[in-house]
Design a protein around this ligand. Structure first.
Ligand SMILES: *[C@@H]1O[C@H](CO)[C@@H](O)[C@H](O)[C@H]1NC(C)=O
Ligand SMILES: *[C@@H]1O[C@H](CO)[C@@H](O)[C@H](O)[C@H]1NC(C)=O
Ligand SMILES: *[C@@H]1O[C@H](CO)[C@@H](O)[C@H](O)[C@H]1NC(C)=O
Ligand SMILES: *[C@@H]1O[C@H](CO)[C@@H](O)[C@H](O)[C@H]1NC(C)=O
Length: 364
């Protein structure tokens, strides 16, 4: 007991040192200053009277003020068992005060973005499957980790991040090949919820110890941002506490799960020591010398690099790349975000970027 407490204290002390308001990489100073954003958004917290809490989502942490003292908590996504969850209500880890996704993405916008998904014009691949509420429920799960809730240098990335994420999802699940004009193409996202023609079971025997393939099932692409391979089903299942290794079909049956798995892919690095799509989008990532040489900079372009590598990036004006970008700009418009600001080519495209991972590592 005593030992546990001291471990907890050490973890907590470490977190407090890490956290301050000047940015994720500034680790100087022993005590955090109160974040300006938190000061303006403090509200009564749970538990004893006088407790206040708010979320500094630029850090992915929650600030709780108890007995006049500030305590920061950081949920740990890589290691959920040891997450230090700073609330007295464990069912609501790391609540955020700066707007949940549902506060800025409304039903009519979602319907507008995916207006043809239940259309009779094409065969109904996933008719009636995808809906607004599933996305909201799924995104709520990842909001404490900054999905759609991140501030960085006081810039709110939430709206843009959701547009970017949905652009990837839409492009990957589109029935656009059935239609003619470029503008119409943008309305066909979320037409599928699984890979069309799969003749592989995507079982990688290298991982048979940690993620043994279940008999009679196949790990082909499923979800809003499809995941492939036993090890990805295994990892995602572990994080979401759903037995996806034995039941990959759950993703085809449950649209909340299908969005959760997609957001998992967005939030989780493809390989250790690499940034996730979320990290590169919001700039929670310090490019190394190699990254700079490879022309990798934070932005929408880098999310394509993380997710698809040289299948899409570093190929000049590739059609697939342009398709992701048009969806992104279209959704920014629907969400009322100024597109001019997002349009700067070095952050928008990955035409000149060298891939994070070479393409033998395809279908992440
Ligand atoms: C669908 O998935 C969500 C998220 O994993 C879960 O909470 C819910 O219970 C599932 N619904 C059904 C009907 O299994
Ligand atoms: C935030 O500000 C710091 C210091 O001015 C700067 O180095 C960093 O690049 C900025 N981050 C983003 C995401 O703009
Ligand atoms: C940087 O790139 C060089 C050449 O490709 C490679 O040998 C080196 O390991 C890379 N360094 C890091 C830190 O990735
Ligand atoms: C570029 O985009 C097309 C889709 O039009 C795709 O088939 C092709 O593989 C992509 N990549 C390269 C390297 O051309």
């Amino acid at each position: 007991m005593e030992y546990k407490r001291s471990v907890l204290f050490t973890i907590l002390a470490f977190i407090v040192v890490l956290v301050n308001c000047n940015g994720p990489y500034n680790r100087q100073g022993s005590l955090p200053k109160p974040c300006p954003l938190c000061n303006t958004n403090r509200r009564p917290g749970p538990g004893s009277p006088g407790t206040q809490s708010c979320c500094d989502s630029s850090q992915g942490v929650e600030l709780v003020v108890q007995g006049g003292r500030d305590v920061y908590y950081r949920p740990n996504m890589q290691d959920p068992k040891h997450a230090v969850r700073g609330t007295t209500d464990p069912s609501k880890p790391g609540r955020c005060c700066h707007g949940a996704v549902r506060d800025y993405l409304k039903t009519d916008q979602f319907e507008n973005m995916f207006s043809k998904r239940n259309s009779l014009e094409v065969e109904a691949h996933a008719k009636g499957f995808w809906d607004y509420q599933s996305f909201i429920t799924a995104s709520a799960h990842y909001q404490p980790y900054g999905f759609g809730t991140t501030y960085m240098n006081r810039t709110f990335f939430g709206t843009k991040e959701v547009a970017a994420f949905l652009a990837h999802a839409a492009t990957k699940t589109s029935c656009e090949n059935k239609v003619a004009t470029n503008m119409e193409k943008l309305e066909w996202g979320l037409c599928y919820n699984k890979e069309k023609n799969s003749n592989s079971n995507y079982c990688d025997e290298h991982y048979k110890k940690s993620y043994p393939c279940a008999p009679g099932v196949a790990y082909y692409g499923r979800g809003a941002l499809p995941i492939y391979w036993n090890y990805n089903y295994g990892e995602a299942g572990k994080d979401l506490k759903v037995d996806l290794l034995n039941h990959p079909e759950y993703i085809e049956q449950n649209s909340t799960l299908a969005f959760q798995v997609a957001i998992w892919r967005w939030m989780t690095p493809i390989k250790k020591h690499q940034p996730s799509a979320h990290d590169v989008f919001i700039g929670y990532w310090t490019p190394t010398k190699n990254d700079t040489l490879a022309k990798r900079v934070s932005g929408f372009g880098a999310t394509m690099n993380v997710l698809y590598g040289d299948l899409v990036c570093g190929q000049g004006d590739n059609e697939s790349m342009k398709n992701f970008i048009s969806h992104y700009l279209y959704y920014l418009g629907i969400m009322g975000v100024d597109q001019e600001e997002a349009k700067s080519p070095e952050v928008l495209t990955c035409a000149d970027q060298v891939a994070f991972n070479p393409s033998f590592f395809s279908n992440p």
